[in-house]
Design a protein around this ligand. Structure first.
Ligand code: ADP
Ligand code: GLC
Length: 477
């Protein structure tokens, strides 16, 4: 098949979260399975030097944006056999320090930026020397693609449009006047169109106008049809349930594998777990925690520091976790208030809470390798990637049973010795602490602990299966 993938971030180019890992790995896996893949990405400032080797395919991609006609360029980079990336360049919109904003504020013209991007993708297709069978867009930034495709090219060209929701909490909501930038007739702005409580909702374009709709785990695909998780779109999603599928993300084991990971002090697998202890000592040293305490359990966390991830629960529970004998290794950035709270706790427990605020790829890997447990008390979690990485690193996940966490973590049962982690249901510090206590208790029973680690490391969430699921959705008629 010839497949176009559209997203706003992608490893190894730009990343703020899991979306980048997914776009990068899915594109690569589909190409590895023998399909022709083109992935579209905006040309952000951070990418400019990385694309020096790219070839300009057209510098005259012209799209309407409200009253303006805007021109962009597209650059193509061959990444592997059958795999290309096409960067959409429009410096006025994308030559900036951030992706979506700076200093905690979204860019005020994000609607213009991503409407331009989405329209430019559709306008670029004829220039690609490539007749696509599938157009697969991801998240609100690319949600306009299926709609614009259906208006601009659909009658002349048959292909299947697929839209994937990675996080319903981000819908691309903008003031009503921004609807002009869509260049759509006024009747598209209605309850059955892009309107959402008086605002423009870009995510709705993807939900309404795609042939196939997916969410990044089976559990999440069901949850978003309920009031609790639907963020106001549950009714619409229920009405689309016939085309809505859950496809669990994979884990990219070329990047996240303790046997080959270049960021960690000692490589290991399930036969050489002594090297995991070496990684633990190195992690303690990096975070300036006492290495003599390497015998005691360390709980890791790598996360956007936001309420979605339950960071507030963790902040509340730090004193008890410390009292229970564990240390914490936390890496993340996000909400300034929560960051401040964690910083204060790190000052209060300098030998027990190792904290780094910021984005640090190397440290993320070092925490996966060096910690004994990995905490993800998410309020909601469409898929979550870190629990899958943790499993591969033998770093036992403690998760709230929601979304993809519920689909990937099975509570350890000492009776049958099955299960790969620990989970809890209610979103309170108390239930989370009870799960932490179960994990710590198991940690003290060496035989059981080794069993959980072995069960965890034996799990296989490689991309092959997920890519094949997408392929069958691409192919279904
Ligand atoms: P989300 O996309 O909701 O943030 P995921 O679990 O899907 O959550 O993916 C998060 C990805 O971003 C993981 O690869 C994780 O390692 C990475 N990540 C998150 N925060 C940081 C950080 N501060 N430094 C480095 N990597 C991070
Ligand atoms: C979103 C979700 C996360 C998911 C990621 C990749 O950022 O919050 O759960 O793993 O997308 O699909």
């Amino acid at each position: 098949m010839r497949i176009i993938i559209v997203g706003s971030e992608m490893t190894p180019f730009v990343k703020t979260g899991g979306l980048a890992d997914v776009i990068g790995a899915l594109s690569r896996e589909l190409a590895a399975l023998g399909h022709e893949v083109v992935t579209f990405l905006p040309l952000y400032r951070a990418l400019k030097d990385k694309v020096a080797a790219a070839q300009c395919v057209s510098n005259n991609i012209r799209v309407p944006l409200g009253g303006r006609s805007m021109v962009g360029a597209i650059y193509e980079l061959q990444l592997a056999e059958r795999q290309r990336v096409v960067f959409v360049r429009q410096d006025e919109l994308f030559d900036r320090a951030g992706l979506y904003g700076e200093a905690d504020r979204d860019y005020v013209d994000n609607a213009a930026r991503y409407l331009f991007f989405s329209k430019a993708v559709v306008a670029s297709i004829p220039a690609l020397r490539f007749v696509p069978d599938v157009l697969h867009a991801h998240d609100w930034q690319a949600a306009f693609v299926p709609l614009w495709w259906s208006r601009m090219l659909a009658p002349a060209w048959r292909l299947r449009t697929v839209f994937t929701i990675h996080n319903l909490a981000y819908q691309g909501l903008f003031p009503r006047d921004q609807f002009d930038l869509t260049n759509l007739p006024a009747d598209y702005f209605g309850v059955k169109g892009l309107e959402f409580y008086g605002q423009l909702n870009l995510l709705k374009a993807g939900i309404l106008y795609s042939d196939v709709l997916t969410a990044v785990s089976q559990h999440y695909a069901e949850e978003i049809q309920t009031k609790e998780y639907g963020c106001g779109l549950e009714g619409l999603l229920r009405s689309c349930h016939g085309k809505l599928h859950g496809v669990l993300n994979g884990a990219d084991y070329t990047a996240w594998n303790p046997r080959t990971d270049r960021y960690i002090t000692a490589n290991y697998d399930n036969h050489s777990l002594a090297n995991k202890v070496t990684c633990k000592r190195a992690l303690l040293e990096t975070l300036k925690l006492p290495v003599e305490r390497a015998w005691a359990p360390v709980i890791g966390m790598v996360s956007r520091i936001v309420e979605q991830k339950g960071c507030d629960l963790v902040a509340e529970a730090v004193p008890q976790i410390v009292m229970m004998g564990a240390s914490l290794a936390i890496l993340g950035a996000g909400d300034p208030k929560l960051e401040r709270q964690l910083r204060k706790l790190a000052e209060r427990y300098p030998t027990r809470l190792g904290l780094k605020i910021g984005f640090d790829e190397a440290l993320a890997h070092q925490i996966e390798a060096g910690a004994d447990m990995f905490l993800m008390p998410s309020r909601f979690e469409p898929c979550g990637l870190n629990q899958m990485y943790s499993l591969r690193y033998g770093t036992v996940p403690i998760v709230r049973a929601t979304g993809g966490l519920a689909d990937t973590v099975e509570p350890y049962n000492p009776g049958t010795q099955t299960g790969n982690g620990f989970s809890f249901d209610d979103c309170t510090p108390e239930t989370m602490l009870a799960a932490v206590a179960r994990a710590l208790e198991t940690y003290r029973q060496r035989q059981h602990w080794v069993r959980v680690i072995q069960n965890a490391m034996a799990c296989d969430f490689s991309w092959r299966k997920s890519a094949q699921q997408y392929l069958s959705l691409y192919q279904a008629t």
